[in-house]
Write a protein that binds this ligand. Structure first.
Ligand code: AMP
Ligand code: ZN
Ligand code: FE
Ligand code: FE
Length: 274
């Protein structure tokens, strides 16, 4: 049997593994196929593919696009996208710049709360990656402002925290169109976070093609529920660990392994698109 983990981050976004390290860990976890789904970037994919060539692991091109829906974060995964398209890369560059502006907003809010963190402290942790809240949290730990990443989210930068800022985001509609226009398959990431069936139906109407059914935080009840939805609406089923390396040490690569059949089904559906 072949298995895949289709939700992984590298140090091109807020994970800590380099693409080469991630491939090495994937071999160790006995995976046949992985997808790198960095936030708003495809930068790690060419490097990962080069590293995977030697080890025989398959890299499925992917991305996780952060969207805003009624002031909430919604993450849409894009699989099998044309990661080399210059149009795509140009558009992603603007998302990366937006993320930089957002860090200034977050650090201003932290400063107003008496927390002495500079945007530059965050950028030095991110080291050129698409910068996000996990980098903010790690910078806060480094500076001794909080003890753990979780404390940073719980007290300050979580979705309803006093220093939260969303920044500019695609709408889910734009993200789905963006993925589709670049030959990709749009899948809703970790649906339990939004807990909103109406929104899922809306996204299906906009061209959503799959649900990330298998996810570490999903209970068996949720898995069954999303499997049911996928069946009823003829959606693809995907899954992955959402490993971020040592930034979230409790989540290991391969802690979710899905049968490779699901990857084949995705390719089949994608093949019918073009
Ligand atoms: P951002 O894209 O900057 O909004 O950050 C979103 C990322 O922050 C998620 O993909 C997770 O990696 C991380 N994150 C969100 N909430 C939490 C939390 N409560 N604890 C730890 N990490 C979190
Ligand atoms: Zn992340
Ligand atoms: Fe996510
Ligand atoms: Fe993720």
């Amino acid at each position: 049997m072949k298995f895949a983990d289709l939700h992984l981050h590298t140090n091109y976004s807020d994970g800590t593994y380099t693409p080469e390290e991630l491939v090495e860990k994937a071999v160790g976890a006995k995976l046949s196929c992985i997808s790198i789904t960095d936030h708003d970037t495809v930068g790690a994919i060419p490097e990962a593919m080069a590293a995977a060539n030697a080890s025989g692991i398959e890299i499925l091109p992917g991305i996780e696009i952060s969207c805003e829906y009624e002031l909430r974060e919604v993450h849409i995964l894009g699989y099998l996208i044309d990661y080399k398209s210059s149009e795509l890369l140009k558009r992603l560059e603007t998302l990366k710049e937006n993320r930089i502006s957002r860090i200034y907003k977050i650090t201003e809010k932290l400063n107003a709360l008496g927390i002495g963190l500079k945007a530059e402290d965050v950028f030095s942790v991110a080291n050129g990656a698409t910068v996000g809240r996990l980098h903010v949290a790690r910078a806060m730990v480094l500076k001794g402002l909080v003890k753990t990443v979780s404390e940073a989210f719980n007290r300050y930068i979580g979705d309803s925290g006093p220093a939260f800022s969303l920044g500019f985001r695609f709408t889910p509609e734009e993200a789905i169109k963006f993925i589709h226009d670049n030959a990709g398959v749009a899948v809703l990431a970790h649906p339990y976070i939004i807990k909103d069936e109406e929104l899922i139906f809306k996204l299906i109407g906009l061209g959503l093609m799959g649900l990330e059914v298998y996810y570490p935080e999903h209970s068996q009840g949720e898995i069954n529920f999303y499997l049911g939805l996928a069946k009823e609406y003829n959606l693809l089923v995907t899954g992955g660990s959402d490993c971020h390396g040592s930034a979230k040490p409790q989540v290991r690569i391969g802690s979710i392994k899905i049968p490779y059949d699901l990857v084949e089904k995705m390719k089949e559906v994608r093949g019918r698109l073009s």
